[in-house]
Design a protein around this ligand. Structure first.
Ligand SMILES: [Fe+2]
Length: 586
């Protein structure tokens, strides 16, 4: 995508062996990537994830000590195998170790270490660490799921998506890492972006040269995807969040390439970038190496390709189903002249477009996954669904896109672009006896929505959708800012943003709350009586500080609280942010 100097010349000064250079023509700053490795064997920190009642995954990267000038930098393929011991204890001082073991890792897995620790107690806090060759990792804190037979426990977690590294400092991750009241963090995708530092870079220009992507060009091969993961694991704010809480993650499109479907992506050019499926294969490989992700048993549930969707149980309170909606997705609707292959806005209401949208053969998730979803979460009060792109209809008035007021558009990359399957899922939710709360990311803004039976003013609410803001990725405010002359006061851009989001909410009356300014996270708190979403945001931009994302010390603070009461299928404002938990893990 960018003009890049020849890889050979870039690497000349890096003193890397031929093994490291094979098979790629990108610009890699191995020296920068090696910086955390130089901090020691465990310079990329620790993480945990996918908590079950009796098991949790623990993760680290063990960089073998330097031999000569060779640094076993992520993606380099360098470094000898290294034996890593791990231990899990009930206390931070490791006086009461309950599980321990050892594992050999090597360049074949990029020296990542992942252990599924089993035989643990439900709803219990644990501490874990790794040892190798005289060094010890930072201590990670984790806990098992509140899935303790029919005992009822509190459930509270952070909800995040869309952490573009060049988009700003990860204030949301730091804020979550400082909380001590969470069971886990649910990350709905765009954990990173595939872009480089050239024309494809997005984020505040003040951070150019200060917070850059590594590798400097778009991620296309295994080396690049591994390096991009390593860049994120080395971020101190994200590292803190990983150290403090287990994560439940699923990728969206950018962990591979923008607006991906089953055989391509808008940001993939087969002519110059080769096979999309080969690219996706190595992107998935790096994801599984670098994320504390438990690959589910592949044979139990019918699916296509690799099964990533999976579920989590929180005892009698509810279940969480985590969808995967890219691997098998039908290509986005495409009717000339509105070519949106790979996603984009398309006007509805023409026979050609509507015929494609309503075609039951087109799907966001493969029919086998839909069957699994419909069979999930039926027996408990709450069914939470972790989902990548907005499920509820979003009718976009033409004038918002400088088109005539007679036109209404949809975003073909959202569920609106797969209307037959969207209707199928909405009907299923409407027909169920329990309360469905869909948790969504992707759109870089904060929403509380009543999922409507139909996209009309006389809709019936069938369930609820909460959408979290982006950690850093550009949202409505940044879009509005890009439309006005440079130097326009931030207060004017804020007002313009509110006009856009107000117009959208007005045209889509099932959207009860829509903030397009703050970045941050949502906190989700579940009790038998209600599910509450607290939105925590970075400050509103001002002329003195037009982009708070560039300030390293920026914090998030409570912006709004919405809830859905059991049985209501509606959202309503909550009195304020959640208080203390009703109980704590052992
Ligand atoms: Fe995103």
């Amino acid at each position: 995508m960018n003009a890049t100097p020849s890889r050979r010349s870039i690497l000349k000064g890096a003193a890397l062996g031929a093994a490291a250079i094979a098979g790629s023509f990108r610009v890699f700053d191995f020296e920068a990537a090696a910086a955390p490795a130089a901090r020691g064997i465990f310079g990329y920190g620790v993480a945990s994830g996918d908590p079950l009642g009796t098991a949790v995954v623990i993760w680290t990267r063990a960089t073998p000590p330097c031999e000569g000038r060779q640094i076993a930098t992520p993606g380099s393929g360098l470094g000898r195998p290294i034996f890593v011991r791990w231990e899990v204890a009930r206390d931070e001082a490791f006086r009461h170790v309950v599980k321990r073991g050892g594992v050999l890792t090597s360049a074949a897995s990029d020296h990542t270490v992942k252990v599924d620790v089993t035989g643990l107690q439900p709803y219990t806090r644990y501490y874990y660490r790794f040892h190798a060759e005289g060094e010890t990792s930072p201590v990670g804190r984790t806990q098992t799921a509140p899935d303790d037979g029919d005992r009822l426990h509190a459930l509270r977690f952070g909800l995040v998506s869309c952490s573009n590294y060049t988009g700003g400092y990860f204030a949301a991750y730091r804020a979550l890492g400082q909380r001590t009241d969470l069971d886990f963090i649910l990350h709905l995708g765009d954990y990173f972006y595939e872009y480089g530092n050239g024309a494809d870079r997005s984020g505040p220009p003040e951070l150019i040269g200060i917070r850059d992507h590594n590798p400097a060009t778009e991620t296309l091969d295994l080396t690049a995807y591994r390096l991009r993961h390593a860049l994120h694991k080395a971020d101190p704010d994200l590292a803190l969040a990983h150290r403090q809480h287990p994560f439940i993650t699923i990728f969206d499109d950018h962990e591979v390439a923008d607006n991906a479907w089953d055989s391509g992506a808008v940001n993939h050019s087969p002519d110059t970038e080769g096979s999309f499926l080969a690219r996706r294969k190595v992107a998935y490989q790096a994801y599984l190496e670098w994320m504390p992700f438990r690959l589910p048993e592949q044979r139990v549930v019918p699916h296509r390709g690799t099964r990533f969707f999976r579920s989590f149980s929180f005892g009698p309170l509810g279940d969480l189903s985590v969808l995967e909606s890219r691997q098998n997705r039908t290509a986005q609707v495409d009717v000339p002249p509105y070519t949106t292959r790979g996603g984009g806005f398309i006007p509805i209401g023409t026979p050609e477009v509507d015929a494609q949208l309503n075609d039951p053969a087109r799907h966001m998730i493969e029919p086998e996954q839909m069957t699994w979803l419909k069979n999930s979460g039926r027996t408990k009060p709450w069914h939470l669904i972790g989902n990548q792109v907005v499920l509820s209809p979003l009718m976009i008035p033409g004038p918002l896109l400088n088109l005539p007021p007679t036109m209404t558009l949809i975003n073909s990359d959202q569920w609106d672009g797969y209307r037959a399957q969207q209707a199928d899922l909405v009907n299923h939710i409407a027909g169920g006896a329990n309360n469905v709360v869909v948790l969504t990311g992707d759109i870089h803004s904060s929403w509380a929505v009543e999922i409507p039976s139909k996209a009309g003013a006389d809709y019936t609410p069938v369930g609820v959708e909460f959408v979290c803001p982006s950690v850093t990725s550009d949202g409505f405010y940044e879009l509005a800012r890009a439309r006005v002359p440079a130097g326009t006061p931030a207060e004017v851009v804020v007002a313009a943003t509110r006009q856009i989001t107000g117009t959208l909410a007005g045209r889509n009356p099932w959207i009860k709350y829509l903030d397009g300014i703050g970045h941050g996270y949502a906190l989700i708190d579940v009790t038998p009586d209600r599910v509450q979403a607290d939105f925590h945001h970075t400050p509103v931009p001002t002329s003195a500080q037009p982009d708070p994302r560039v300030v390293q010390s920026v914090t998030t603070s409570h912006a709004a609280s919405w809830q859905t009461l059991a049985g209501s299928r509606k959202v309503s404002p909550a009195g304020g942010p959640v208080g203390a938990r009703s109980d704590e893990p052992a």
